[in-house]
Design a protein around this ligand. Structure first.
Ligand code: AGP
Length: 617
């Protein structure tokens, strides 16, 4: 998954392009490059390494061009290297392209172009694109068009028609120096509308400091972007109009606001994110409502199975969703990892409601799983944090967390907002189906409304958490245990630790450890237990006792009164309904992982090998 930026206007393109890439580094950061139109030729500056390295390239400051494209890479085809960095040009150096996605048939296209006389200088799939554009610009029906701009657009369209896979493409040419042509399929692309200038990026934060007015490009939609206007075409090159979306986020919302890292900022934004996600969706004494969807009792009464389908942290939110849906709506619910769901021939039909959870809304596995469900006649509902993201355009219904941009690769506020939103959705269904008493739902509403202040309580006193992290940051293994939703959140705590501290950890249902994994427990190993369900306190304590007798060092995160002297460390959190307690119990685990990563001197926001949104399968 990569990040792309484009600029066309009256200013030097280089600083706008590089600043945009810096905001997109969470999408990939093993190499970067820019291309600008300099008088009657294209100048490409690119290299392996982080975006900031571009400033060290000889001649970067001499670029005067006001039209340019740029790219920060997360390698999929070809190792991180200067040759494999984007932008890529065709052999004639008349076309430059940046691309986010995967061209699945690139080797066939490479063979065809090689046989047609083209030479390739990289290992990438992307390099076929500029050469295909050149091929169609100089061969076949497009090549005889008089108007160079029509010819350029026709050549891009013909090239794109040959591509199989996913792509967000920006193309420039000195033959048409006053425009950038863009097109997308399954990879995101937005156009920011300026005054005498226009911006292009993989997502909104990269250009939010320049404009709040955006066009959200749809799949298979082309756009010709000049400094004064943007023209849209369908894949038959029929021109059409498109509405502008005004995006509320302010530029700071996408910045660090004084925090050392995006992850810490986003952990501390959780009270606001929950408040915003609750929004106007319910008030005490009133029924839940969603202004973006209308799901009727007639339809819901026909649903005999719900699936939550997602990846990573979003999947962990789905696990909590299962408990909420089954308890409140009495509808059997399964939770699937998207990449598994797609290939296990799930039993789905028109009586199945499939709910897809995705912070970015661009995760390839999740989108593919959604398309599978639709092909079987199931209704699909997307839960995303990004307005207009691919998954929300594919689903029958879409609802949004309002967590604001989540930049750190490790998801925090998106997870807690997802659980809160799923709880509201479950209450909405339960009120519609009348499957749970008003009193029980009202109590849950009250607990949800109290969450932001309870999170603030936890965040107001993090010394113990930081001290614990200091004691264990050199550990090699760690275990997380819980029962019910405490097990669901243990999985999330374990993932946080793995992905930002690189410490190996396992999360187990507390009752399961004795069926084998307890063999791993040896003297001094660290075990973190989560206990928030009053009905499961004794059982979970006895499970944790089992590891203590084998020499484990224990930390327990709880809102229950526990017997003294059993555990090495206890972190107390406020009480709430066990169905939504992961929203509170996850906070100490987010912070433990954050501080461990900091003590280890690691890059918390951009952990090795990872990307914020995995738009490849
Ligand atoms: C979580 O911290 C990771 N960044 C990762 O597991 C992530 O949750 C997963 O890739 C799903 O992303 P999505 O929510 O954007 O679909």
């Amino acid at each position: 998954m990569c990040g792309i930026v484009g600029y066309i206007g009256n200013k030097k393109a280089t600083p706008v392009l590089i600043d945009g890439l810096l905001c997109l580094e969470y999408r990939g950061y093993d190499s970067a490059g820019i291309a600008t139109i300099e008088k009657d030729s294209i100048k490409v500056m690119k290299d392996k390494g982080r975006v900031n390295n571009l400033y060290n390239l000889d001649g970067i400051n001499d670029l005067q061009g006001t039209v340019g494209i740029a790219h920060t890479r997360w390698a999929t085809h070809g190792k991180p290297s200067k040759e494999n960095s984007h932008p890529h040009m065709d052999n004639s150096k008349n076309f430059a392209v940046v691309h986010n996605g995967i061209i699945e048939n690139y080797s066939d296209l490479r063979d065809f172009l090689s046989k047609s006389g083209y030479t390739f200088y990289s290992e990438t799939d992307t390099e076929v694109i500029p050469n295909l554009i050149h091929y169609y610009y100089t061969n076949g029906p497009v090549s005889v068009l008089e108007d160079k701009r029509e010819r350029f657009l026709g050549a891009v369209k013909s090239a794109v028609f040959d591509l199989k896979g996913s792509y967000a493409i920006e193309a420039i040419s000195p033959l048409c120096p006053d425009e950038i042509i863009v097109v997308r399929k399954d990879s995101p692309l937005v156009i920011g509308k300026g005054n005498g200038e226009n911006f292009i990026a993989s997502d909104i934060p990269a250009i939010l400091s320049h404009t709040k007015d955006f066009y959200l490009l749809d799949d298979n939609e082309f756009a010709v972007v000049t400094k004064d206007d943007v023209r849209f075409y369908d894949n038959g090159l029929v021109e059409h109009n498109k509405s502008i979306k005004n995006i509320e986020w302010d530029a700071n919302a996408a910045g660090k606001d004084g925090y050392e890292d995006y992850m810490l900022k986003e952990i501390y934004e959780q009270p606001t994110a929950i408040r915003e996600t609750i929004g106007s969706r319910f008030k005490l004494g009133e029924k839940c409502s969603f202004d973006d969807i209308e799901i009727t009792k007639e339809y819901l009464s026909t649903v005999n199975k719900i699936y939550f389908v997602a990846c990573g942290t979003a999947w962990h939110a789905g696990l909590v969703g299962k408990a909420l849906m089954e308890k409140l709506c009495k509808i059997p619910t399964e939770v699937d990892i998207a990449s598994e769901f797609r290939y296990r021939n799930p039993l789905i039909d028109e009586h199945t409601l499939c709910i897809y959870i995705s912070q970015s809304g661009e995760t390839a596995d999740t989108i593919a799983a959604l398309k599978l469900a639709k092909s079987h006649g199931a209704k699909t509902l997307a839960i995303s944090n990004v307005i207009g993201s691919s998954i929300t355009r594919e689903a029958d219904y879409s609802i949004y967390t309002h967590a604001g941009p989540e930049i750190a690769v490790a998801s925090t506020k998106a997870y807690t907002s997802q659980v809160a939103l799923i709880a509201i959705l479950a209450m909405y269904f339960a009120e519609t189906l009348e499957t749970t008493s008003e009193a029980e739902i009202e109590a849950l509403k009250s607990d949800l409304i109290d969450l932001p202040s309870k999170i603030d309580q936890i965040l107001a006193n993090t010394d113990e958490i930081k001290d614990f992290a200091k004691k264990v940051y050199t550990e090699k293994d760690m275990f997380f245990l819980g029962r019910g939703t405490d097990y669901n959140v243990a999985l999330e705590g374990s993932l946080k630790l793995k992905e930002i501290s690189y410490i190996h950890s396992e999360a187990y249902a507390a009752g399961e450890l004795k069926h084998g994994p307890i063999a791993l427990v040896e003297n001094g190993v660290t075990v973190i237990g989560i206990i928030t369900n009053p009905h499961l306190v004794e059982k979970t304590i006895s499970n944790i006792q089992e590891v203590i007798t084998r020499g484990a060092k224990t930390l327990v995160i709880t809102n229950q009164i526990l017997p003294n002297g059993h555990f090495d460390y206890i972190i107390n959190i406020p009480e709430t309904n066990p169905l939504i307690s992961p929203i509170l119990s996850v906070i100490p685990m987010q912070l433990i992982s954050y501080y461990i990563s900091k003590f280890k001197g690691l890059d918390v926001d951009k952990p090795r090998n990872l990307a914020k949104s995995v738009t490849v399968e």
